[in-house]
Design a binder for this molecule. Structure first.
Ligand code: 2RA
Length: 329
């Protein structure tokens, strides 16, 4: 099994390599792919070293699977070229997510949709993945009418330049800015670009991707996405209005029984999810579960996950594992 990682030298690409190795992914050859300036670099993977190649070369090597995290433009241009030579692409950019011809997959939720016809599969946005992991089991049990979500997003979602900006601000160094303002001791209500409707693309991803993954356009989502000076993961404050009532104990049981969710919810002893402890883990952590007494059938909760792992790399690798386990690839 030849597996390409396109964007292998980037922040998510590096985590993809780490997760592939940790999970003993059954690959016989790794094809690390990056821009021309990285071609020829050696990447250690397990006991072996593999040389970084360019995109043309990678296509010609005809990998069975290609994990992409190289931006939407690269994916739009190159994912079809890989698909033409028989490669199944799992893409972490937003390029294919809302395309009706392509599936948007969180394995614990809708991997069963996948079949041999799927040659370009979309990995949802990081903040969508952690939100939907909690929403799906509750939607199945109580029917979600409306979700109000505020995200508190790690600077790692922006990339290396943002992490460097924060480090420069800590140390008082000048350097390139990833954001229009300082991020140290600040909170930016600005993740991705603003649209004419006053929402950012990041906020609209939560609205649109939720509907697609649940397969239910009646579920309404309104979001505010905030960037905060944190590195371990994204946090989300979520308010959910259901079609029918619930018992909090049942909600906790349903969530704790859903694969990939860990409920951390005992405020009396300061037990609740935090990015500092979610970092490096693959579960989605849910806590602060409590009824919203301001209106019927409504619940509040707090969701935290490592945005580079379950929010990106691990979800993509889990899709690849599903494809192999079910002999789709
Ligand atoms: C962010 N979700 O956090 C984006 C990255 N994919 O900026």
């Amino acid at each position: 099994m030849k597996v390409a990682v396109v964007g292998a030298t980037g922040m998510v690409g590096n985590v993809m390599l780490k997760v592939l190795e940790e999970r003993n992914f059954p690959l016989s050859e790794l094809i690390p792919v990056a821009s021309e300036r990285s071609v020829g670099k050696k990447i250690k993977f397990g006991e072996k070293e593999f040389e970084v190649v360019g995109l043309e070369t990678a296509v010609a090597m005809k990998p069975e699977i290609a994990l992409f995290s190289a931006g939407g433009d690269t994916s739009l241009k190159w994912a079809p070229k890989f698909a033409e030579v028989g490669t199944t692409v799992i893409d972490n950019s937003s390029a294919w997510r809302m395309n009706p011809e392509h599936k948007l997959v969180i394995p614990e939720i809708n991997a069963s949709l996948l079949d041999k016809s799927d040659k370009i599969i979309a990995n949802p946005n990081c903040s969508t993945i952690q939100l939907l992991m909690a929403l799906k089991p509750l939607h199945d049990n109580y029917g979600i009418k409306r979700v109000v979500v505020s995200t508190y997003q790690s600077i790692t979602g922006t990339g290396v330049k943002a992490v460097q900006q924060l480090e420069n601000e800590y140390s008082g160094e000048n350097g390139e800015m990833a954001y229009p303002y300082p991020i140290h001791r600040n909170a930016l209500p600005h993740c991705d670009v603003f649209q004419d409707n006053g929402y950012t693309k990041e906020e609209m991803k939560l609205t649109n991707e939720t509907k697609k993954i649940l397969g239910d356009d009646s579920v309404n989502v309104t979001a505010t996405a905030i960037r905060i000076p944190v590195v371990g993961g994204h946090s989300e404050s979520v308010n959910i209005e259901f079609s029918k009532d619930f018992e909090e104990a049942d909600v906790r049981k349903i969530l704790s029984e859903f694969p990939g969710i860990t409920v951390q919810d005992n405020p009396g002893v300061n037990t609740y999810p935090m990015p500092i402890y979610a970092e490096g883990k693959d579960d989605v952590f849910v806590g602060r579960i409590r009824r919203d007494h301001s209106q019927p059938n409504t619940l509040n909760m707090w969701i935290v996950a490592d945005n580079l792992r379950k929010g990106a790399a691990t979800n993509a690798v889990q899709i690849a594992e599903y494809l192999i386990e079910h002999k789709i690839v």
